[in-house]
Ligand binder design. Structure first.
Ligand code: NZQ
Ligand code: ZN
Length: 390
């Protein structure tokens, strides 16, 4: 395990078919006014809105509605949410939805009372929350699986005018106080969103796994999580109402990005950085921006982290090593990963997401370059990977 670290995850999880009941217990801990955050209306169609409202009413809460959170929440919507929070002096922000609602709720929670322009402060200047800023507590009722936002400090915001999509991972003071994870709530997800979420989980694990040369327990945990995602994804595609598969996916998503498997790792995150830049230019679904560039990216960096790609092939994809070179084993692992991605029906190129050759330089310009992976990319490398992904 690399370096020194401290691990604390303060989010209380309630998991299972009856987990929404626990909202009663949690609501009692907070004041009167609840800002109810939700997206474009799926929760009204599938009945989750009614179930949550009934519990809020039964607990005598005054509900301030904040619907219309779009996938890839924008800086304009963030400012709107901050006004709602301030005007109503809300005591709790309850996000009912996917990663977009959870991220947005966290962004509002730290921005409403920060007294500055949150985009500039948190996303361009990358400042932390000031010690004296009031942070509004956040709770989540998760309806879409993938981001891990229900148990982490991430809050990704998009600025279309500046063509920037930036994620800031805040400390544990910003994590949701509680999250309710009912796998049944995810049954109504359209298949496109379900598979995008599945790939998001898988890629979160890859981003942490493909770094470092040491013998790390985090990598062994990651391999188990990856095998579970592959297995459950196949079952969920066959039958979206397979509780075992959907519950495993939900639990795996949370553990893939709640800081556990990042411990002792430098971590890569370049698929997300390039994917976010693609997202800023196309507003495409997050998981699909990752799938569209992944194969080009991993084939590009494979020679620099060959030993890990060999291990990945053998341990995660059951590639047999006999009589093969390391390069062949690694390539076979990546080929099996690609076949699985196609089997799920993921988008495998950025053209399908609306990107084109003439946008490539701009997308590369808005890609943040990180240094924790097997190859520190230059802008020219990013251009090559994007071209390969067209
Ligand atoms: O808006 P509604 O009508 O609710 O519909 C949503 C949305 O259209 C729909 N949906 C969600 N639950 C549903 C459902 N439809 C039917 N039945 C249900 N049960 O699904 C669509 C996508 O939802 P969204 O919340 O946007 O998806 P996701 O969970 O993938 O979140 C994406 C956002 O999270 C950020 C992404 O960048 C993106 O902005 N991320 C956050 C991370 C974090 N906090 O750590 C890490 C991730 O890497 C990611 O970057
Ligand atoms: Zn992601």
């Amino acid at each position: 395990m690399l370096g020194n670290f401290s691990f604390c995850n303060p989010t209380r999880l309630y998991f299972g078919e009856n987990s929404l009941e626990n909202l009663n217990t949690e609501l009692r801990k907070y004041g009167q006014t609840v800002q109810l955050v939700y997206g474009g209306g799926s929760i009204k169609k599938n009945g989750i809105y009614d179930q949550v409202m009934e519990i809020l009413r039964a607990n005598g809460k005054q509900v301030v509605e904040d619907g219309g959170v779009m996938p890839n929440p924008t800086v304009e919507k963030l400012c709107e949410g901050c006004e709602i929070a301030r005007e109503n002096k809300v005591d709790l922000i309850l996000a009912v939805g996917g990663g977009s609602c959870c991220d947005y709720a966290k962004a509002v929670s730290i921005s409403a009372w920060c007294g500055e322009d949150p985009w500039q402060k948190y996303y361009l200047d990358f400042q932390d929350v000031d010690a004296d800023t009031k942070i509004i507590p956040v709770g989540c009722v998760l309806t879409m699986v993938g981001t891990g936002s229900e148990m982490n400090g991430g809050a990704v915001i998009t600025n279309h005018a500046q063509k920037m999509k930036i994620g800031h991972v805040f400390g544990d003071n910003v994590f949701p106080k509680f999250a309710i994870l009912n796998p049944v709530f995810t049954y109504t997800l359209p298949e496109y969103q379900m598979v995008a979420g599945i790939y998001d989980i898988f890629n979160h694990i890859c981003e942490q796994y493909f770094s470092g040369e040491d013998d790390s327990t985090s990598d062994y945990i990651s391999e188990g999580l990856m095998r579970s995602v592959i297995h459950s994804s196949r079952a969920a595609i066959q039958n979206p109402r397979n509780y075992e598969a959907r519950s495993n996916l939900m639990w795996t998503a949370t553990w893939a990005l709640n800081t556990l498997v990042a411990q002792g790792k430098s971590t890569d995150w370049m698929v997300h950085m390039i994917g976010q830049a693609v997202g800023a230019h196309t507003d495409a679904t997050h998981g699909m921006t990752l799938s569209a560039i992944s194969m080009a990216y991993y084939r590009y960096i494979c020679p620099y982290g060959l030993a890990k790609f060999v291990r990945f092939a053998k341990t995660v994809w059951d590639v047999r090593a006999d009589g093969k070179t390391d390069e062949q084993i690694a390539a076979e692992g990546l080929a099996r990963m690609e076949a699985w991605m196609k089997e799920l029906g993921l988008v495998m190129n950025i053209t399908e997401l609306g990107a084109s050759e003439k946008m490539i330089t701009e997308i590369a310009d808005s890609t943040i370059l990180l240094t924790g992976g097997y190859k520190v990319l230059t802008k020219e490398d990013v251009v090559k990977i994007l071209r390969e992904s067209l």
